[in-house]
Design a protein around this ligand. Structure first.
Ligand code: SAM
Length: 404
């Protein structure tokens, strides 16, 4: 039985002065620390936390470098009203548009990888669990033949035969125009269950599901662990994961616009968006194409043809960011906001927030400040700026602009 989840994670009012609100924010009695750097206010606190009210179950699919739903929700609650339009030009698994829809806003998203729409669209107005069960019961995945034997390093031959049957079923349904929202849902779940590190995935033990290893890499994992892929039931795993995703009730009136394209030049009209919440690729630290190759294979997407931004040089990344911000300034209405999440990379040597501020120079965007969400605020309050360790980030730094 689905429980009625609180769609919003915060009981925050719609506000007009975000800077004052961030300054006055207090978590467990800890007031925000404010520092000024080059005339820009930095707000440090634990603004959201894993201990907070749990996010909606529909978000629970993995994607490389995704953010927690608490992040877009923090801004959606404070800066928009129901019916407003929220946009993410780098939507990934669709956290921002989905959280927008759950809170009665219009979710708008874009990503250069067509995989993003396949992961996001089915979760906007999902089918019922009984419709999913009926479709799975109807599907006959037996007696298929393996055509991609190289994938037997991941899957038991009979499991692989089922996966290939399911994959061709989707291609046939699309070609005949019969592909519907139940198929869309089942494909999204299947994409997510391909490889992982537990019996909840189709594969033998592998890297976490958001990081597909190469065939060679998987061969090495198998040798090292002395493992062979066990038999798994594709339909059972899809049903089980569907039940988990649909644990919380989802409103059936979700409105979303989802696009595939380059974030520097999206298809939205001028001044149509109220709030942008986004997180771009961070220099070259995440290999989105390599991480998603198996998912793309399953979905029939030519991964090599997806032009994912990979800027190794800081100046190239800054210039890319300038072009993205220019398009965001175009689509955001006057008085609207942009929350641009970045981290620190290369052992804290590159502070991307400074580069984002630099990239906005000359655009009609006024910096409100940089929100730094620090986990375990009380413990780390005295060591700002030295918190990063290896790849990626362990603080969220969000540069916030208002559209002039
Ligand atoms: C950090 S991830 C975003 C994750 C997202 N916030 C989520 O919660 O899933 C960055 C995304 O940018 C996408 N991307 C890379 N280059 C792009 C471009 N030029 N235009 C649009 N999207 C791009 C990648 O495919 C990836 O999904």
């Amino acid at each position: 039985m689905a429980t009625l989840a609180q769609p919003s994670l915060f009981d925050a009012p719609y506000i007009h002065d975000l800077a004052s609100e961030l300054e006055a924010f207090s978590f467990n009695g800890d007031r925000t620390v404010v520092e000024h750097r080059n005339g820009v206010a930095y707000f440090f606190n634990e603004f959201w936390t894993a201990r907070q009210r749990q996010a909606h179950s529909i978000h629970e699919i993995s994607y490389r470098a995704c953010f927690k739903p608490q992040l877009p929700d923090f801004f959606i609650q404070r800066l928009t009203k129901p019916g407003d339009i929220i946009y993410d030009p780098f939507m990934g698994r669709g956290t921002t548009p989905i959280q927008a829809v759950l809170t009665g806003r219009v979710g708008t998203g874009n990503d250069i990888n067509p995989l993003s729409i396949l992961l996001t669209r089915p979760r906007i107005n999902p089918p019922s669990l009984s419709a999913i069960k009926d479709r799975l019961d109807m599907l006959d995945l037996r007696f298929g033949k393996v055509q991609h034997e190289e994938l037997e390093v991941f899957f038991h031959p009979e499991t692989l035969a089922e996966i290939e049957m399911l994959r061709s079923y989707f291609f046939r349904r699309e070609a005949s125009g019969k592909f519907d929202h139940v198929d869309d849902w089942i494909r999204m779940v299947a994409i997510n269950r391909l490889t992982g590190h537990s019996s909840g995935f189709f594969s033998v033990y592998s890297l976490p599901p958001n990081q597909a290893v190469s065939v060679e890499g998987q061969r090495r994992i198998n040798e090292k662990r002395g493992q062979v892929p066990p038999r798994r039931s594709v339909k059972d795993i899809i049903f089980k994961k569907s039940r988990t995703l649909l644990r919380d009730r989802v409103p059936q009136s979700g409105k979303a616009i989802l696009l595939t394209g380059d974030a520097t030049n999206c298809g939205l009209g001028d001044a149509t968006v109220d709030l942008v919440v986004t997180s771009p690729p961070f220099l070259d630290i995440v290999q989105y194409a390599a991480d998603n190759w198996l998912r793309c294979w399953f979905a029939g997407i030519e991964a090599a043809e997806v032009d994912i931004a990979m800027h190794k040089k800081v100046e190239d990344w800054t210039s890319f960011t300038h072009r993205v911000l220019a398009d965001l300034a175009r689509v955001t209405r006057r008085g609207g906001h942009i929350a641009y999440e970045v981290g620190e990379v290369r052992n804290g040597k590159v502070e991307l927030d400074s580069l984002v501020l630099e990239a906005a120079v000359g655009l009609p965007l006024d910096p409100i400040g940089v929100l730094v969400n620090v986990q375990e605020f009380t413990k780390t309050a005295n060591c700002w700026g030295v918190s990063n360790n290896s790849k990626g980030t362990n603080t969220n730094r969000i540069v916030i602009f208002s559209r002039r």
